[in-house]
Write a new protein. Structure first.
Length: 251
C-alpha cells in the first residue's frame, strides 16, 4: 500500500511539473487529466481497505519548514461580504454546522479560537507539481462534529466557502473517515500567525492525507449529508464538478 501511495504522488508531481501549468491548465489537457486522475475508485478502495484509518501523514521539524509557502487557488474572494469581514477583522464571521446533526451550531471566530487546538507541521502537495512544508493550527474537525452531535446517517462533510464561481459558493467535501482523522483540522493559524487572505482567512480546512485542492479555504459553512447528489453537479467539489478531478485525492 505504501508503494502505491508513493507511486501515485510521484506520478502526479512529475506529470504536473512537466506540464508547467496550474490546476486550470492541466485540466484543459484530457490526456494529462486521464493520467493524473486514473483509477480513482481502485485507489480509494485499496487505501480504505489496506491503510490504517488513523495513519498519520508525515510531520516535520520547524527547521524543515519552507521559506515560502505559495498561495494556491483563489487568493481573495473579492466579494463585498468578504471585504466587509476583512475590514472588521472577522468580528462578524460565523461558521455554521448543520445538516445531519442533532445540535446545529453557529460559531464566531473567537469561539473557534477558544477550542482545544492541534498544531502540526505538514507538507502540502499541489496537483500543479509543487509542495511546501508549513505549520497549521486550529481545532480538530472531529471536535466540532461531536459538539454538533453528528448523526449516524451522515456519510460526507461538505464545506461551503466565501469565494464565488459563477455566483455560486465554492465547495468541497470529504467522507466522515477523513473528517474524524486527528490531522484534519480547521486551521486558524499558519506558521504561528493568523491566516492571511491569500491563504484562506479566517478558516481553512487541512485534510493532510489528501492533495491540496481538497484543503478548502475561506470556510463559512459545514454540512453533514448522506449523499453528494444534488450538491453542485453531484461530484463532491468545484474541481470535481467542473474539470473531472478525483473526489478522493489521497496521497
Amino acid at each position: 500500500m505504501t508503494d502505491l501511495i508513493v507511486k501515485r504522488r510521484a506520478l502526479i508531481t512529475a506529470g504536473a511539473g512537466l506540464l508547467l501549468a496550474g490546476c486550470d491548465r492541466v485540466a484543459q489537457i484530457p490526456a494529462a487529466r486521464k493520467i493524473l486522475f486514473a483509477g480513482e475508485d481502485m485507489h480509494y478502495g485499496l487505501q480504505r481497505a489496506l491503510q490504517d484509518r488513523g495513519a498519520l501523514a508525515p510531520e516535520y521539524r520547524p527547521d524543515q519548514m519552507s521559506p515560502i509557502f505559495r498561495a494556491n487557488g483563489t487568493r481573495d474572494p473579492g466579494t463585498p461580504a468578504y471585504a466587509a469581514m476583512v475590514a472588521n477583522n472577522f468580528a462578524d464571521y460565523r461558521m455554521t454546522i448543520d445538516g445531519l446533526v442533532a445540535q446545529p451550531l453557529s460559531l464566531s471566530l473567537a469561539q473557534l479560537a477558544s477550542m482545544p487546538a492541534r498544531r502540526q507541521i505538514t507538507r502540502h502537495d499541489c496537483v500543479e507539481g509543487w509542495s511546501a512544508i508549513g505549520q497549521w493550527q486550529g481545532p480538530m474537525l472531529g471536535t466540532l462534529l461531536k459538539a454538533a452531535q453528528l448523526k449516524r446517517s451522515a456519510r460526507y462533510i461538505v464545506f461551503t466557502c466565501a469565494d464565488l464561481y459563477n455566483g455560486a459558493p465554492y465547495y468541497e467535501s470529504i467522507d466522515t473517515i477523513d473528517a474524524f482523522h486527528p490531522q484534519t483540522i480547521l486551521a486558524l493559524k499558519m506558521n504561528g500567525a493568523p491566516l492571511d487572505v491569500a491563504h484562506g482567512a479566517p478558516v481553512r480546512l487541512r485534510v493532510e492525507r489528501q492533495l491540496g485542492y481538497k484543503h478548502a479555504k475561506y470556510v463559512t459553512g459545514i454540512s453533514a449529508v448522506a449523499s453528494l447528489d444534488g450538491i453542485g453537479k453531484g461530484k463532491g467539489g468545484f474541481w470535481e464538478d467542473n474539470v473531472d478531478y478525483d473526489w478522493y485525492a489521497g496521497i
